[in-house]
Design a protein. Sequence first.
Length: 338
Amino acid sequence: MRAAVLAGYGQPLEVKAVATPVAGPGQLLVRLAACGICHSDVHIWKGEVQPPHAPSPFILGHEGVGTVEAVGDGVEGWDLGDMAGVPWLHDTCMHCDECLDGQESFCQHQRAHGLNVPGGFAEYVVADAHFAVRLPDGIDPVTTAPVMCAGVTAYGAIRRADLKAGERLAVFGCGGLGLYAVQIAARMGVEVVAIDRDPAKLDHARRYGAREAERADAGLVERLAGHSDKVHAAINFAPTTATWDAMIACIRPRGRIVAAALVAEPVPLSQEWLTGTGVTITGTSVGTRKEMAEVVALHASRPLLNPIEVIGLERASEALEQLEGGHAQGRYVISFSR
Ligand SMILES: [Zn+2]
Ligand SMILES: [Zn+2]
């Protein structure tokens, strides 16, 4: 099969022929039609996130969509030709408290596609039958691929924010994840305030259902602090600490702040402010299998949109560079039909 292989951190991926994997017991072999490229792939490509044991071959990608080509021993409920998604979670331990509580995305023993096991920048990928995503026949692979990570992460963040219809939500960062969050929240009857530095992204956010849009400029914190209608929840999808003061400025007492972007640097947090407001601060990582089923159902009933650039496998490296430089205007999706 053709695959884009990571030969060295930060180096261009090598597109070459490698052995087609085989589905072992409990596994599916999925022939991919499309695979999205996520910002986490950039972190892994650069070596900022490194697995304890690198998979061989080391193939990135955790937003795969394709059809089941082979079914391993002991698999029930999957047939050849079924449409399947291959998401971030390859498997989890199934017996820690998080797994037993149905919160397996917080399992500390999880294995991820494109990090711990080979991922979807390849024509074929092996998935665990319990973690592969059931997709309706005929669903469009290209627009569905980013839902496998960006979409479920946005949905999981909204669930963590515990939003109800009529409440107000501030979405910080209107790239792929933020734009999904805008649409999902708007469909739930939540009033969305979209915040980004880029006016083009704010235009998309308005088109996708945001009630208000705020430019993240030097005056943002002051404008939010002076706004009479504070938000019930704020979700940060922007990979920066710069949004922190603005989240503090716009959140109402007993509001919920959800960290969805991976930001390693600490932020200033006043315990006095926390005791006085009762604000809840939490984090989120992709989503559970139940949340995945829910976001797929939402997407199947009416597609969740995002600006998508379709590329061939040979342009995967170029896309990683564009994402790293912050130049991408939306999501990149590798199509294997080209
Ligand atoms: Zn991802
Ligand atoms: Zn676990």
